[in-house]
Structures are given as structure tokens and as C-alpha cells.
Design a protein around this ligand. Sequence first.
Ligand code: 6PG
Length: 245
Amino acid sequence: MSEIIRLADAEAVAHEAARRWVEIAQAAVAERGAFRIALSGGNTPRRLYELMASAPWRDQAPWPQTFVFWGDERRVPPSHPDSDYRMARETLLDHVPVPPDHIFRMLGEELANSAKQDYEEKLRRHFGLRAGEWPRFDMILLGLGKDGHIASIFPGTRAVSDLSNMVVVYEVPQLRSERMTLTFPVINHARNIIFLVTGEEKAPALAAVFGDVQKPSTFPAQGVQPVDGSLVWLVDEAAASLLKK
Ligand code: 6PG
């Protein structure tokens, strides 16, 4: 099931995402005793993370039963301003009682095969995966790049076509730097996938994703097709301005 929800502005998107986060987390803990989330990097989710670290959402989320992963990471140490881990720590994780051993950082400082193997082992161990099984996150947060990328799955790269690994580490030609990312099979096995897309600069990419040309190698966001879960796009009017009414 895929749904686009148009909200007035970025603040409204963040508040709706916080409401859904609490709802999904409470249901996951009630049903399975744990809530497993993969965070997005970039700027858009900052406000959501700040809201989740503040009343009323902070007091409603089941932090002791929450397990935090990332969708991707840059080739930087955890203290670097570009680190997705650092951003989540500063805006959220330093302010809520998630147990330290429930936080699974991608080793951005390494970003080589060892980092890939480290993260895949973290996933295998935490989710208790047998050979050929995929981790099933309760919630995966995603942003949308202006070029249609999601997590660090960039257009025209091997990350788009890798459907056999859980994690890919590769040099992104467009950035001339390395990234580490969860792959489509992991993302698409999630129970709830939530996109946060705000701002006029994202309007062309959002219109292309929902346009007549369906080509995930060009618009990776089109490759987000949950196997057995929900996909919700939380977008503000500025980002939605080029969508067909
Ligand atoms: C990252 C993200 C990336 C991001 C988009 C949108 O690590 O940067 O995973 O996929 O979500 O690039 O970024 P903004 O939210 O900053 O526009």
C-alpha cells in the first residue's frame, strides 16, 4: 500500500511523522516486545528527531525497547559534521533513554568491506537471520534526493541493482566519495516505510518519481516497493507543487 499525504509545511510533516513513529513503536512493542527503526540522514529528519526528543512524543515512545539502526552513512568518523550518526545523536539519541547497546552505528570511519561485514553481522545477529533471510524493520525513514536517490542508493550505480547483499559500500561517482547503504531488499522488507519530503527544491524529483516514466535505475525512489508493508510519503505543499492534482 502506497499513500501520499500532503501537509501544509515542513513542521506539519515532522509532527505527522512523530505521531506515526509513536503509533508504530507502541504497536511493535505490544506485538513483539521491541521496536526496530532505521533512521535517515540528511537535513529533513532533523526536526522530527528534535520533536521525538521533546514532550509529548518523548514521553510516549518506548525508548527502552527501541533498537536504532541507520539507512546509510557517509565516509566520515562519527564526530564529523557530515555524519548521519552524529546528527541523530545530537538531535535525538543524547536526549532519550535508548540503551547504548541498542544503537547500531555504521562504521563510517572505515567504509570498506570490513564496515559492510560489520553491519551485516549486526543485522544478522540482532534479527536472528538464517541464510537467505532479510531483516524486517518496524519502521524505515527515508528522504528523497533531488536526483531521486534514497538512503545512499544513487541513480545509475551498483547499489540500485544489488539485490543480494543487505549492505553495500561503494564509491558514489556523483559525489566522488564513498557511501554505505542498506539495499532495496532490506528496505522493502520493512513493515512501515515513511518518506519525509519537504521544500520546493524537491518538487521536480517528487513529480518524476510519480511520473509516467517508471525507471528505478534513474529514480531509485521508485524502487521502494514494500514486499509486505506500508509505504507512506509525508510531503509538504512546496514539495508536492508539481504533482498532478
Ligand atoms: C543522507 C540521506 C539521504 C537524504 C537525501 C535527502 O545520508 O543524506 O540518507 O538519502 O535522505 O539526500 O537529504 P535532505 O533531507 O538533506 O534533503
